[in-house]
Design a binder for this molecule. Sequence first.
Ligand code: PGA
Length: 251
Amino acid sequence: MTRTPLIAGNWKMYLNRAEAVRLAAAVAAASDGVTDREVIIAPAFTALAAVAEAVRGTAVKVAAQNVAWEKEGAFTGEVSPLMLLDAGAEMVIIGHSERRHVLGEDNAMISRRLRAALQHGLLPILCVGETLAEREAGSTFSVVEEQLAQGLVDVTAAQMDSVAIAYEPVWAIGTGKTASNEQAQDVHAFIRAVLSRFYEKTLAERVRILYGGSVKPENVDSLMAQPDIDGVLVGGASLNAKAFARIIHFQ
Ligand code: PGA
């Protein structure tokens, strides 16, 4: 089973348009000729169209950081899947821990967003992960299973082939603390087992499961060497062209 590694940069609420276009060009240059792995960058909404334009025709694809569940309407502050497609996005991050824990999104809302993305042909990256308190209480697996069960409600097997999962332990995001290779691999293997229960084994074997949480040039190689880690979702280090280039070229 070969799953094409997916290297995704989540730029969060950083970079104005000029800065974003400049970094996008550097990422495109670093990805030139790369065919055995996929590279994605997720700028803020305001820079999405400019970045999509800047990487057009290169190996780099563009993702949004969230998506509304309706295609239009009275949803002040939201951005619809059709608008994201129009701006040039092909993928979308859904249920990031900052959306869950800082902005208060729950599993039900996240599942609506995910189904809307699928319905309109945006490929979703569904983020799951436990907080430090949940890990210490021994509930990592139950929390992650619940996030998967609720996040993937009504997602058909055919649709599941378009979904990637990102395991991002909340305690490792932006903290400099990475999960150990074993901690990450354990949860990734668990996620794949859950997916084979929800769907079937061959489908679960095809789904890409990314790790996120303080991924850096120094730890990417050993994380990517784990059998069930199929990519990385990178925050802080993706804002640095040189660091992200090294991550793209993990060995
Ligand atoms: P980090 O963020 O790499 O800065 O820890 C990861 C993420 O939030 O996706």
